[in-house]
Each structure stands twice: as C-alpha cells, then as structure tokens.
Design a protein around this ligand. Sequence first.
Ligand SMILES: [Fe+2]
Length: 260
Amino acid sequence: MIDIHSHILPGIDDGARDVAEGLEMARELVNWGVKKVIATPHFLENGPRLTPEETREKVGEFQERIVSEKINLEVLPGAEVFITADLGKKVDNGEVPTLNGTRYILLELPLEKVPAFAEHVFFDLKVMGYIPVLAHPERNIGIQKNPNFLYRWTKYGVRVQINSGSIMGVFGRKARKTAKIILRNRLGHFLATDAHSRGKKGNCLVRGMEAVRRTAGKPLTREFKENSRMLVENRELLPSEPTPFVPSGKLTGLILGKKF
Ligand SMILES: [Fe+2]
C-alpha cells in the first residue's frame, strides 16, 4: 500500500520530532503493509514551509537513514498545503511542493469553515493543469454541515482524501458520519493516515481500509489503493460516479439534493 499523507519527515512541523521518531513511524508503516509513503509536511502561510527543492533534499537525507536502518520503505516528497487566496500564484512561481512532483497538490482547508475563495483557488489550479486533492474534508465543519460541497467540487475535478482515523472515529462523531457519507456517495478517492507520531489508532491503513470495506464494500478499497498508485505515477485516477448527499426522509434533504 501507499500512504499519500504523512508527517513523517523529522523536525519540520508538528509531526516526527526527530530522526529517531521518524524511523519509528517508518517501521510502524512497514509493519502494517505500507511500501511507499509521501512525506507531506505542513506548508503554511505563517509557519513551516519548505520549497520543493528543500523538500527533496530533506526526503533524500531521511531516505538514506531509512536504508541504513534496513527499513523497507520508500519515502517520496510532498506537502500538505494550507489554502490561501493567492495559492495559484505561489504554485505558478514554483514555490509549492506537489505530491511526488506530480500535478496533484494536497490542500488543507481551515477546520472551522469553507473559505469563500476556495473555489477560485481550485479553478486557478485546474487552469494551470494541477489537480487539487483535499486533505480530510470530513473534519471541516462547513462540509460536515453540507457534504454536497464535495459533490459540486468533485464534479469539476477536485479529488478527496479521507483520514483512516476519521472513519475509525478518532476525530469524533461528526467527522466519522461525514466520512461515511463521502464513502457511500462516492465522493472520496483516497484513504491515508495523516500520521503525526507513532502508535496512534488512525495510523493503521489496514484497519482503515477494513472500515471502508464495511461501510462501502470491497471494490472501493481496491479503488482507493489503485488511486494512490496512480497519483504517485502522475496518472489519471479511476473514474468514479459521485452522487449528491440527500439526508434521509427529509423534505429539506430533497431540496438540498436538488440544489446541486
Ligand atoms: Fe496532515
């Protein structure tokens, strides 16, 4: 398996504090069947932000340590990029690391709401040939209130990554409920750990995939695994047929469903 979202790169953000912890996280991933991981340190407006070149250098150094420790894991460069109104410009200037240098960019929304400029940013990135991948939108309060934001966005090419911890209940009842809606309405494309340290329940992609299977069936787990491979190789993802979310049995739900 491939984990496309992890804070394994040591000493950069709120993930692995030092090389020793990064190596422990690497061993944990391997124990649970992960062969490749994209290191996605936070890229923030006011906080840590590595350039694509710095990211490649640091990933290269960390990979050397992993090899010297005889851990069978390939680490690839990436970032989890916090959305800002001018993100298109930063990407155009070459300041922003993409996932393994591909056209896929992992985007983080603020947890409390959907910013008014979000769709403009998606549009800017699409026009430049990039594919926005939303990191754990099931944790966003605006999307928890109206999951059909994702229906609208996936229709025009935004892709969606769910955290394995969300589907296992690590981030609370609302995130789990929204993750299930995303799965059942085929609004998601990837499952990843978003691991920040070792030993957390959500770090186990195998158990996460099992929860996906129980919620939406085995074909979706296959699709998620295949999509992660396609992303790393900069290929098109498998086609999926999203459906709008309709809250069960409520007239308001029908109205909401028709809205998109
Ligand atoms: Fe993250």
